[in-house]
Design a protein around this ligand. Structure first.
Ligand SMILES: Nc1ncnc2c1ncn2[C@@H]1O[C@H](COP(=O)(O)OP(=O)(O)OP(=O)(O)O)[C@@H](O)[C@H]1O
Ligand SMILES: [Mg+2]
Length: 408
């Protein structure tokens, strides 16, 4: 079977267009997608339809047409451009080739010449197979309640991976991740969003703040004004570009279900849902899981991690798992002094004190989320009764931290 050859035509006059179209219709490979005499309009169509070939007839305004060829060839180097003209002056031929045209077609068209030209552009197009884009793994570290340690865990998870990783501060109004890494960012998410249409590896690297050879930070804007201008679509686009550039993209979003956070959570491969073992946090986690269900997220995407875990907290973890209907995949021990010291030093604990209990557990969690290992679904159905009784207890005991779920 012959490969189709998708094509657009910019012609200077109706006669010209008819002639080209009739000649093209004789070739079975050709699929004419669009045509016309308005270069700007055709440009939009070209960007949208991404044809393999563009025939640009030079006509009376050859200079304009040659500029158009130049623009197209720089924007879409994989598209083959054929210039066409009535008078084959060597000068025009040379100019159009210099501008980026691959072939030249004399008008009126000779069927044999057209076939030769189309054979050549078909050969060129066959060699232009787009290399599949890399897709790094995106992990959002989320809690619907503030202060549970999401920024601390996100930073340490990002620092624990041995691959190229970018940590993204999505708390756009009041991000504090530079403190966690002891860096002073020059650029922020706002710069990335503003330049999103032309982001490539080089530009991305210039906007992130390096921490180590593997880890960089994309900081939140310093001024709240620039944060206001960032729309969820911008976040979506920037994150897409980041995952084409990095092996891991670790997100630290806000603690609300605002549209920017949702854009980030939607796109993430995994959500590390962080909670502490107190009733408000457990309740908030249960609500977050319900919202995830309503958003259609697979439960396989969610990994629950308990932070500031201590034996002194009299809560039966199995009861919490049963209550949430999900297993807990990690228990980061509580050690305020160690955690705060690392934050104050601006160094992730997994690097400054890699053998501390917190660092060992975060490294273990990082391994699980990095591979995206599929969990074995255990029989942990939510238990309504427990939930109801939790509220009773909450009311009765004014949110006491030592609550043992087992007792209800
Ligand atoms: N495992 C831990 N043991 C003891 N303290 C911890 C632990 N993890 C985090 N902390 C402390 O909890 C505090 C809050 O941490 P962090 O800023 O990471 O939370 P957050 O959820 O990002 O809060 P925010 O609502 O400001 O976004 C910090 O002072 C940190 O040192
Ligand atoms: Mg935070």
């Amino acid at each position: 079977m012959t490969q189709p050859l998708t094509l657009v035509v910019l012609s200077t006059g109706l006669d010209n267009f008819k002639e080209i179209r009739t000649a093209l219709s004789a070739d079975k490979r050709v699929q004419l997608l669009a045509g016309g005499n308005d270069a700007e309009q055709l440009h939009e169509e070209i960007i949208r339809l991404k044809p393999m070939v563009a025939i640009i007839s030079l006509g009376a305004e050859a200079e304009q047409a040659i500029k158009f060829i130049e623009r197209l060839s720089s924007e879409l180097p994989r598209m083959a451009i054929i210039s066409a003209a009535n008078n084959l002056s060597p000068e025009i031929l040379l100019q159009s080739l210099r501008a980026g045209a691959r072939e030249f077609l004399r008008l009126p068209i000779s069927a044999q010449e057209l076939k030769t030209v189309l054979d050549r552009v078909a050969e060129f197009s066959a060699g232009q197979v787009e290399t599949p884009k890399k897709k790094g793994r995106m992990i959002a570290v989320f809690s619907s309640k503030g202060g549970c340690g999401t920024s601390f865990i996100a930073t340490n998870l990002a620092a624990a991976t041995a691959a190229r990783t970018v940590l993204v501060d999505l708390n756009l109004q009041a991000g504090d991740l530079p403190l966690f890494l002891g860096v002073n960012p020059k650029y922020s998410f706002a710069d990335m969003a503003e330049n999103r249409a032309r982001l490539d590896d080089a530009l991305i690297t210039s906007f992130v703040t390096p921490y180590s050879s593997n880890l960089s930070l994309l900081a939140a804007p310093k001024e709240a004004d620039s944060a206001d201008e960032i729309e969820p679509e911008h976040v979506f686009e920037v994150l897409q570009k980041l995952r084409e550039s990095y092996d891991f993209v670790v997100l630290d979003p806000q603690h609300t279900f605002d549209s920017i956070t949702l854009a980030a959570l939607d796109q993430s491969d995994e959500i590390v849902l962080v909670l502490t073992l107190d009733i408000p946090a457990i309740r908030s986690t249960q609500r977050a899981l319900e919202i995830f269900d309503r958003l259609g997220y697979s439960r396989q995407k969610v990994r629950i991690v308990v932070n500031r875990w201590s034996k002194l907290i009299d809560v039966d973890l199995r009861e919490v798992e049963k209550f949430l209907g999900e297993p807990v995949i990690g228990y980061v021990p509580s050690d305020y002094q160690t955690a705060v010291t690392s934050i104050n030093l601006g160094q992730p604990l997994v690097q400054s004190d890699p053998n501390s209990k917190i660092a060992l557990e975060i490294k273990r969690i990082a391994k699980t989320v990095a591979t995206g290992a599929v969990r074995i679904q255990e029989d942990v159905q939510p238990r309504r009764k427990l939930w109801e009784s939790l509220f009773k207890r909450e009311a009765a005991q004014s949110l006491k931290l030592q609550t043992s779920l087992e007792k209800f």
